[in-house]
Design a protein around this ligand. Structure first.
Ligand code: NAP
Ligand code: GDD
Length: 357
């Protein structure tokens, strides 16, 4: 394990907004393994929302605990400033977002508040924190959705053409970051990350929705799967590989922006083929179209060119597309097996509402 230390010999400190999400949980694990002290902002919820952190969470009363969680919200500037003061981070990873593209059409104002203005709030706090003499580096979670309708392959020079309130908000956040880097000489990197998935992916994103449902169909727990546009193409990688790129960006001598992608694009239909093949299941017998999952404006074709990240950061993904699909399917098949065992034993297993999927 590499021990990352600040100049006084103490571990470096990182603050992650969105630590309870897919990427936040992978990044927290990654930084803890490197010896960092990790601080995360967690939203208050009426149910537990820290499930993805279960494997790294430790009772704060125990000795030597390097993970601290702070209540806060990206829409609450006072709480952000207080958390900055308490955590005193050397690195900040801004991952908090209403990250669902389809939902952003229903909750456009909130999405803008969290994704665009939320980033601005945090940057304002960082500007004052830096002016008070703290040296800090900032990672902004940008997205391939920002390229939207721009033709593939997309790289750092491709003009943005956002197609949803989510994507427009990410473009605004991107330019706030560029402006604060130039105006206040802050060390800020924008990651332009293409889709990345995992066993921890939220269940309303198409990959996880597919692997969850096909595994349940395979075991007779479900009959049908309702989906939207099967022709959309995405460049899908593994989340564990992508959080490493976030960290690598902040270790450079100069701040810069990077596309992170596999450079390989697949349609939703091809993802279904790959997942169905893992399960020896013909998905066509089970998948039905539901217009509610179509988007008013769609992003048809994303395929990233990560040449710059490979050359300058030395970043290279380890998990291939077939391996990604296999991992997700195996994980969800195990979940389905557990569900079946419980059901057979007479237990009631709660199902989430169909409208949320
Ligand atoms: P995710 O699983 O949806 O996680 C989002 C995180 O943001 C969660 O921790 C969520 O908290 C938190 N959050 C939401 N609203 C918040 C608010 N108002 N205040 C504070 N925290 C809030 O997303 P992800 O896949 O890990 O993505 C991480 C970041 O990368 C996001 O900014 C996303 O837009 C961006 N991104 C993702 C991808 C991808 O393919 N995964 C690609 C490009 C960019 P709760 O757990 O309480 O909901
Ligand atoms: N969610 C969902 N549900 N998507 C569906 C469905 C469905 O039932 N049926 C088809 N799709 C299509 C969508 O129309 C889209 O073209 C594609 O599957 C991928 O959708 P999502 O998995 O929801 O991801 P996304 O590409 O819209 O957004 C994700 O990746 C972005 C990076 O490009 C999110 O993680 C964003 O936060 C991220 O920025």
């Amino acid at each position: 394990m590499i021990q990352e230390q600040s100049s006084n010999g103490r571990p470096r400190r990182a603050l992650i907004t969105g630590i309870t999400g897919q990427d936040g949980s992978f990044l927290a694990e990654f930084l803890l393994a490197k010896g960092y002290e990790v601080h995360g902002i967690v939203r208050r919820a009426s149910t537990f929302n820290t499930e993805r952190l279960d494997s790294i969470y430790a009772d704060p009363h125990s000795k030597g605990v390097r993970l601290s969680l702070h209540y806060g919200d990206i829409t609450d500037g006072a709480a952000l400033r207080r958390t900055l003061g308490a955590a005193a981070p050397h690195e900040i990873y801004n991952l908090a977002a209403q990250s669902h593209v389809r939902v952003s059409f229903d909750q456009s104002e909130y999405t803008a508040d969290a994704v665009a203005t939320g980033t601005l709030r945090l940057l304002e706090a960082v500007r004052d924190y830096s002016a008070a003499g703290h040296s800090v580096r900032f990672y902004q979670a940008g997205s391939s959705e920002m390229f939207g309708a721009a033709a593939p392959p997309q790289n750092e020079h491709t003009p943005f053409y956002p197609r949803s309130p989510y994507a427009v908000s990410k473009v605004a956040a991107h330019w706030y970051c560029v402006n604060y880097r130039e105006a206040y000489k802050l060390f800020i990197c924008n990651g332009l990350l293409f889709n990345h998935e995992s066993e921890r992916r939220g269940e309303t994103f198409v990959t996880r929705k597919i692997t969850r449902a096909l595994a349940r169909i395979k075991l007779g727990l479900q009959e049908k799967l309702y989906l939207g546009n099967l022709n959309a193409r995405r460049d899908w990688g593994y989340a564990g590989d992508y959080v490493e790129a976030m960290w690598m960006m902040l270790q450079q001598s100069e701040p810069d922006d990077f596309v992170i992608a596999m450079g390989e694009s697949h349609s939703v239909r091809e993802f279904l083929d790959a997942a169905g093949a893992c399960l020896e299941l013909d998905w066509k017998n089970h998948v039905h179209e539901d217009p509610r999952y179509f988007r008013p404006t769609e992003v048809d074709f994303l395929c990233g060119d990560a040449t710059k990240a490979r050359a300058k950061l030395g970043w290279a993904p380890k998990v291939t597309f077939p391996e990604l699909v296999r991992r997700m399917v195996e994980h969800d098949l195990e979940l389905a097996r557990q569900e079946k065992t419980l059901t057979r034993a007479g237990h009631r297993v709660a199902q989430r509402g169909a409208s949320q999927r």
